[in-house]
Design a protein. Structure first.
Lengths: 761, 123
C-alpha cells in the first residue's frame, strides 16, 4: 500500500518537476540533451527543436560574453555557477532567469555534462527596470522629492536633487526638520509644532489649514528653495523641493544694482566727507592692534557702520554688520577678534572703493577741496568786526552781514569744482571704449560760488555719465555719420544778472523724444490724450523723473533715471531750473539757471529723513488713490503738524534708530475712508465712535506697508502698536528733532504724514 | 445663510467684518470686544460660526482669542470658530487649529478671504 502510493507520488512529482521547473541538461560541450516541459514553454522551442543544439540557441545578444566566459570557467573546473541570465525566446522575445548550473560527473569524477535549473525572474527584473526608470526620471527632474514618516525620519528612495538642495551626502533616516531648517530655529519650531499637530488630526480641513502655515521657502545658506507638502497613506508625507537660488539671486542682483547707484549718488554728493571717513577708517584699522578695550573697538566699529551706511556703501556696511553679529554669537577672544576684523574689513572696503573708482574715476576720492581766502575778504571782515565792537553788539544787520562774509570763506572757484570732471570723462569713456576729447570748461576763472553748490555740482556726474554712455556714439558709428571719431563735451558757466548759468553740451546723438513718450506712457506718468498738450520741452523734462531711462539694457555705468532725478533734487534745493536743448544727431545740452544766493541745511540727517518720508508718502498716496479712491491733487512740505485733526502715531525702533511716524487726517477724508472700510453706516453715533480708532488702523496699515520698502539694513526695525501721544509731547519732539511733514491734498480733504527722527544711527 | 458672532477688540475691524459678512448674506446676531464676552454671547445665541481675533485684551482670565476658542469648544464641540490673525502669529494659529479652530483669515480681511474659508466649512 505504502509502496504504490510512493510510486504514484514519484510519477506525480516528476510531472510536477517537468511542468514547473525550468531545467535542462547538456553534454560536456554544451549540446542540449534534455529539457523539461517548463523549459519548452518559457523558451518557445519544442524539445525536438532544442535537443542536439548548442545551449547558446537561447543566448540573448544583450548578454555580455564575459558572463558566459566566467560561467564556463566555473563549471568546467567542477564548481557550481549561479547567476542572472537574459535569454532569447524563439519568437524574438526575452526572459530573465536565475540559473544554477552544476557539473554532471561520472563515477571517476569526470565531468560528462551539466545540469541546470532556473527560476523565472522576468517579472522582478521588469519591476526593477521600472523602478530604475522612475528614479532616473525623478533624479533628472528639477524638483527634489523625498518621503518622511511620522517620526520625521526620511525614507529610503529620494531623488538626487534633494541631496544637492539640502547640501547633504545622504538623507535616509535623518530628521526632516533638522535637515530642512538647521539654521533657522523659528522655522524649525513652526514646522515641528505644525507637523506634529497635522499627524494628530484626521480632519482633512485642519490638515489643510495647518499645511498652509508651514514654511514654504527657505534659505539654508547654500541654496534657496521652495517647499511643497503632500500627504501619503500610512502617515508618511511627500516633500517637493524646488531650487530657486538663481531666481532669488537675480532679484538680489537687481536690488544690488539699485543699491550701487545709491552709493554712487551718495558719494558723489558727499565727496569730501567720504574721503575723510575712509581716511579715518583706515587709521582705525591700522591702530586696532594697539587698542586694549574691546568695548571701545566695538563702539567705534558700530559708529563707522552708521557712517558708511549713510553713504550707502554696501560691502563695508554688510561686513561690519556680519562682524557684529559674529561677535554677539560667539563671544570671540580679543586677539582673534582683531585678526578677524582686520582681514574682513580691508577687503570689503576695497570692494566698495573699486566700484567707486570704476565709475567716478580713481582720483575721485583723493581729491580734497581746499578753501581759498583772499586778502580783501579778510580785510572786509576785520572792518566789520571792528564796527561791531564800536556799535551795539546785537545790531542785527551788521551781524547777518558778518555771517555772510564768514560763510564766504567757504566759497570756491567754479572752475575748481568742475575740473574734477575732466578725469571722470576720461575714465568713463575709457571703460566703455568710446573716444573723447578732454572736457572743455569755459568760464571766468575768478568766479566764486557758495559751497552749497557743491552737492549740485557733485550730482552733475550723472549728466556727464549719461552724455558719454547714452549720448556719444561709438567711434565707428560716428565716422559713418561724418562726425569726428572723438566725442566732445563742453561745460560753460557764467554769471547773468543774479543767476549763475551752467550749460553742459555733448555732440552725441541727442535724445529720441518718441522713446521718452513711449516710456512715459508705459510708466503711467501720462496718457495718450495728454501727450498732445505737452511741449517738446515738457517731454524732455520727463527724463528727470525717478526711475526714468530710455536705454533698455542694464550696465554698471549707465545712469538710469535715478541719477538725473538726483540732479533735479539738488537743483531744486538751490531753487534752480533746467532747460534742455535737443538736436537729433547733433547732441544734447543741459542749461541750468540757479540764483546766485546761499541756502543752508543740515544735509545728512535731512537726507535720511527724506528717504524715509518719500517711502511713507508713496505708500500713503497709493493707499489713498487705490484703496480709498480719492484724487491726490498735490503733495507739499510743511513746517508744523496740524493736530486739530484725527491723528495717530507709531514708532519704528531698533538699537540705533528711533522714528515717530504720525498721520493726521481731515474729518472729511476720515469719513471717506470709513465709508470704504465700512459701507453704509446709518447711525451717526456709531460713526463718531469709530473715528477714534480709525486713525490707529490707518497708521498701522501705512506703517506696515512702508516697512517692506525700507532699505535692507532697516529690516530689523520694530514697528510699535499705534500709540496715542499727547499733542504737547509731539510738538516738543518736533522742536527738538529733525522733522519732516508732507501734506497730501486730496479732493476729499488732507492727509498729513509727519516723521520725527528721535535718535539717529 | 448662516448666523455669526464677530469678536474683535477694535470696533472698526468688527464693523468691517460685519459689513463684509452681511454682503455675503449672513446674519450677525451679536458681537463682542473680548474673549470673555465672546464666550458669554456664544452660549446665549449658539451661532453657526464665530470670527475671533487672535490677540485681544485679557478679561476675566480669558487671555486671548485662543482661550475663548477653548471655552466655546468645551461648551459646543461642533462650534465653527474662525481665527482672525496677522503675520508673525504662526504658532498661535497652529495652536488654535489644534484646539479645534476651523480656519483662519490673515489680515487685512477681504470678502474673498472670508467667503473662501466659509465655503471650506460649508457655510
Amino acid at each position: 500500500m505504502k509502496k504504490s502510493t510512493l510510486n504514484l507520488d514519484k510519477d506525480y512529482l516528476l510531472k510536477l518537476y517537468g511542468d514547473n521547473v525550468i531545467a535542462s541538461i547538456t553534454n560536456k560541450k554544451g549540446i542540449i540533451t534534455f529539457v523539461t516541459k517548463a523549459y519548452e514553454i518559457i523558451s518557445g522551442y519544442s524539445a525536438d527543436e532544442l535537443i542536439g543544439k548548442p545551449h547558446n540557441i537561447v543566448r540573448h545578444p544583450d548578454m555580455p560574453s564575459l558572463v558566459f566566459k566566467e560561467m564556463w570557467d566555473t563549471i568546467s573546473s567542477g564548481k557550481t555557477w549561479v547567476g542572472e541570465v537574459l535569454n532569447l525566446k524563439k519568437d524574438g522575445g526575452y526572459y530573465w532567469v536565475n540559473s544554477i548550473i552544476t557539473p554532471y560527473k561520472d563515477k571517476n569524477n569526470n565531468i560528462i555534462g551539466y545540469s541546470s535549473v532556473r527560476e523565472d525572474i522576468t517579472a522582478t527584473k521588469e519591476l526593477q527596470k521600472l523602478n530604475m526608470q522612475v528614479y532616473n526620471m525623478l533624479d533628472n527632474l528639477d524638483e527634489g522629492f523625498l518621503i518622511f514618516d511620522e517620526n520625521f525620519k526620511i525614507q529610503k528612495g529620494y531623488s538626487k536633487k534633494c541631496l544637492e538642495i539640502l547640501h547633504q551626502d545622504t538623507l535616509e533616516g535623518k530628521d526632516i526638520s533638522e535637515v530642512l531648517f538647521q539654521n533657522d530655529i523659528e522655522k524649525k519650531e513652526i514646522f515641528d509644532y505644525g507637523y506634529s499637530e497635522i499627524l494628530k488630526t484626521d480632519d482633512e480641513l485642519s490638515k489643510e489649514l495647518l499645511i498652509s502655515i508651514l514654511p514654504t521657502e527657505h534659505n539654508n545658506e547654500k541654496n534657496i528653495f521652495t517647499i511643497k507638502y503632500k500627504f501619503l497613506p500610512n502617515k508618511t508625507s511627500l516633500l517637493l523641493l524646488f531650487d530657486v537660488t538663481r531666481e532669488r539671486e537675480l532679484e538680489k542682483s537687481i536690488k544690488y544694482e539699485q543699491q550701487m547707484q545709491k552709493m554712487i549718488i551718495a558719494i558723489a554728493k558727499h565727496k569730501k566727507e567720504t574721503s575723510e571717513l575712509i581716511k579715518s577708517f583706515n587709521s582705525f584699522i591700522k591702530s586696532i592692534n594697539k587698542k586694549s578695550d574691546l568695548y571701545e573697538i566695538k563702539k567705534e566699529l558700530h559708529t563707522f557702520k552708521g557712517m558708511f551706511a549713510q553713504f550707502e556703501m554696501l560691502y563695508i556696511t554688510d561686513t561690519i554688520h556680519n562682524i557684529e553679529s559674529e561677535i554677539k554669537k560667539n563671544n570671540l577672544e580679543k586677539n582673534f577678534l582683531i585678526i578677524f576684523i582686520k582681514s574682513n574689513l580691508e577687503i570689503s572696503l576695497q570692494e566698495d572703493l573699486t566700484i567707486i573708482a570704476d565709475i567716478l574715476g580713481k582720483d575721485f576720492l583723493s581729491f580734497v577741496d581746499t578753501v581759498t581766502i583772499e586778502r580783501k575778504v579778510i580785510d572786509s571782515i576785520r572792518t566789520k568786526v571792528k564796527s561791531i565792537l564800536d556799535l551795539e553788539i546785537n545790531n542785527k544787520i551788521i551781524f547777518d552781514d558778518l555771517l555772510n562774509e564768514i560763510d564766504s570763506f567757504d566759497d570756491k572757484y567754479v572752475i575748481d569744482m568742475l575740473k574734477i570732471y575732466r578725469t571722470t570723462v576720461q575714465s568713463i569713456s575709457n571703460s566703455i571704449k568710446k573716444e573723447m576729447y578732454p572736457l572743455e570748461i569755459i568760464g571766468d576763472k575768478k568766479l566764486l560760488i557758495s559751497k552749497d553748490f557743491k552737492y549740485f555740482i557733485d550730482s552733475l556726474v550723472h549728466i556727464f555719465r549719461n552724455a558719454i554712455v547714452h549720448g556719444i556714439e561709438f567711434p565707428d558709428i560716428r565716422e559713418s555719420l561724418d562726425k569726428d571719431r572723438k566725442g566732445k563735451i563742453i561745460c560753460k558757466y557764467e554769471l547773468v544778472d543774479k543767476n549763475i548759468i551752467i550749460s553742459i553740451s555733448d555732440d552725441g546723438k541727442g535724445i529720441n523724444e518718441n522713446d521718452i513718450i513711449i516710456k512715459a506712457i508705459d510708466l503711467g506718468v501720462i496718457n495718450n490724450i495728454d501727450i498732445n498738450k505737452l511741449s517738446n520741452q515738457d517731454i524732455l523734462q520727463f527724463i528727470f523723473l525717478p526711475e526714468f531711462t530710455t536705454t533698455k539694457e542694464l550696465n554698471k555705468i549707465a545712469g538710469r533715471g535715478v541719477g538725473l532725478s538726483c540732479v533735479k533734487d539738488e537743483l531744486e534745493k538751490l531753487n534752480g531750473k533746467v532747460e534742455l536743448i535737443n538736436k537729433k544727431d547733433k547732441g544734447l545740452t543741459f542749461v541750468f539757471t540757479i540764483p546766485y544766493l546761499k541756502t543752508r541745511k543740515n544735509i545728512s540727517v535731512q537726507s535720511r529723513a527724506t528717504s524715509f518720508m518719500s517711502i511713507f508718502t508713496k505708500v500713503t498716496k497709493h493707499f489713498l488713490e487705490n484703496d480709498i479712491k480719492v484724487k491726490v491733487n498735490s503733495i507739499k512740505d510743511k513746517k508744523v503738524s496740524n493736530f486739530n485733526r484725527f491723528y495717530s502715531c507709531l514708532k519704528f525702533t531698533n538699537e540705533d534708530l528711533e522714528i515717530v511716524f504720525i498721520v493726521s487726517i481731515d474729518k472729511e477724508l476720515i469719513n471717506k475712508i470709513l465709508d470704504i472700510f465700512i459701507s453704509e453706516i446709518d447711525c451717526e453715533d456709531e460713526r463718531e465712535e469709530m473715528f477714534e480708532s480709525l486713525p490707529n488702523e490707518i497708521v498701522n496699515i501705512i506703517g506696515g506697508l512702508s516697512i517692506r520698502d525700507f532699505p535692507q539694513r532697516y529690516e530689523n526695525l520694530n514697528m510699535s502698536e499705534p500709540i496715542i501721544l499727547d499733542e504737547n509731547i509731539l510738538c516738543s519732539f518736533q522742536s527738538k528733532h529733525t522733522t519732516l511733514i508732507n501734506e497730501i491734498e486730496t479732493n476729499k480733504g488732507n492727509f498729513e504724514c509727519t516723521i520725527i527722527i528721535i535718535k539717529e544711527d | 445663510m448662516a448666523s455669526a458672532i464677530v469678536v474683535d477688540d477694535a470696533k472698526v475691524m468688527r464693523v468691517s467684518i460685519i459689513r463684509q459678512l452681511e454682503k455675503l448674506g449672513h446674519t450677525i446676531i451679536s458681537e463682542a470686544s473680548n474673549g470673555y464676552e465672546a464666550v458669554e454671547e456664544y452660549k446665549k445665541h449658539k451661532p453657526d460660526f464665530v470670527t475671533m481675533d487672535i490677540s485681544m485684551p485679557n478679561v476675566n482670565g480669558i487671555a486671548n482669542g485662543i482661550d475663548a476658542l477653548v471655552k466655546i469648544k468645551e461648551f459646543d464641540s461642533n462650534a465653527n470658530v474662525i481665527m482672525v490673525t496677522s503675520h508673525g502669529e504662526e504658532k498661535l494659529v497652529i495652536d488654535a487649529i489644534s484646539k479645534g479652530s476651523k480656519g483662519y483669515i490673515l489680515k487685512p480681511i477681504t470678502q474673498d478671504k472670508i467667503s473662501t474659508i466659509l465655503k471650506k466649512i460649508s457655510l
